[in-house]
Ligand binder design. Structure first.
Ligand code: PGA
Length: 234
């Protein structure tokens, strides 16, 4: 197991480092990239857009997608990815779960099969205030693969800022499972802001509990954590 933790005083330096890691992984031959959404990733996508990186020979998979939103809906993760990255830096092929699929089980299976056919060389991850990775909420089995989830109240609240009201936040999502995520060869977790401290420090301390999904990462052999949280402060 190796977990490399890098703490930054400046977010600018943190995101420059994240860009450098992605460029390095790509230069070393990575062709399949797992991508993430959320506010944390926006400064990174800005850096990628401004960089000379070329993903046209690579494939991307996103971690998750809301159920019930059309790809044109401005809060769908499909829309987010186009705006943040794909329109400027297209991949050869980009996969996301289909939030409008009629049969949820078939959609989850389809996505999981695709993932198993394309080994992830790299996975970008954020972390929720409750420790979720992708939409794997506390209590999710560490053995889980792609599945449909009911979002927890804390996640609905955290994401309400992106919608007109909390009632508009979709209540369900498709998400890669924890096992699907752990299959990636390199995982880059970015966690910024005090709200993430409690769950992040559990990961760094090596705790391993399904109550904090991100702690599954402690058993992975190549995780890099970038944070602006300093040790011992609060
Ligand atoms: P955030 O979301 O980047 O908007 O804080 C992170 C997450 O829920 O994974």
């Amino acid at each position: 197991m190796t977990m490399q933790i890098e703490r930054f005083e400046s977010k600018e330096v943190l995101y420059t480092r994240a860009l450098e890691i992605i460029k390095q992984v790509k230069a070393q031959g990575a062709t399949t990239f797992g991508l993430a959404t959320g506010g944390t990733m926006e400064p990174l996508y800005e850096k990628l857009r401004q960089s000379d990186i070329d993903f046209s020979d690579a494939i991307s998979f996103n971690l998750d997608e809301y159920v019930g939103l059309d790809v044109q809906h401005d809060q769908s993760y499909n829309y987010y990815m186009h705006k943040q990255l794909f329109d400027c830096k297209p991949f050869k092929m980009s996969y996301l779960p289909n939030g409008l699929a009629e049969n949820a089980e078939a959609e989850a299976n389809r996505y999981e099969q695709l993932l198993q056919q394309h080994e992830l060389d790299f996975q970008l991850l954020g972390i929720g205030v409750n420790g979720h990775i992708a939409f794997n909420e506390p209590g999710t089995s560490f053995a889980s693969e792609t599945h449909l989830v009911d979002l927890q109240p804390s996640t609905l609240e955290a994401n309400a800022r992106f919608f007109d009201s909390i009632e508009d936040v979709p209540k369900q999502a498709y998400t890669m499972g924890i096992q699907s995520i752990l299959r990636a060869k390199v995982i880059l977790l970015i966690a910024t802001g005090e709200k993430k401290r409690a769950v992040l420090e559990q990961v760094i301390a090596g705790e391993y509990t399904e109550n904090n999904p991100a702690t599954a990462l402690v058993k992975h052999n190549n995780v890099i954590i970038l944070t602006d949280l300093q040790e011992g402060e609060n």
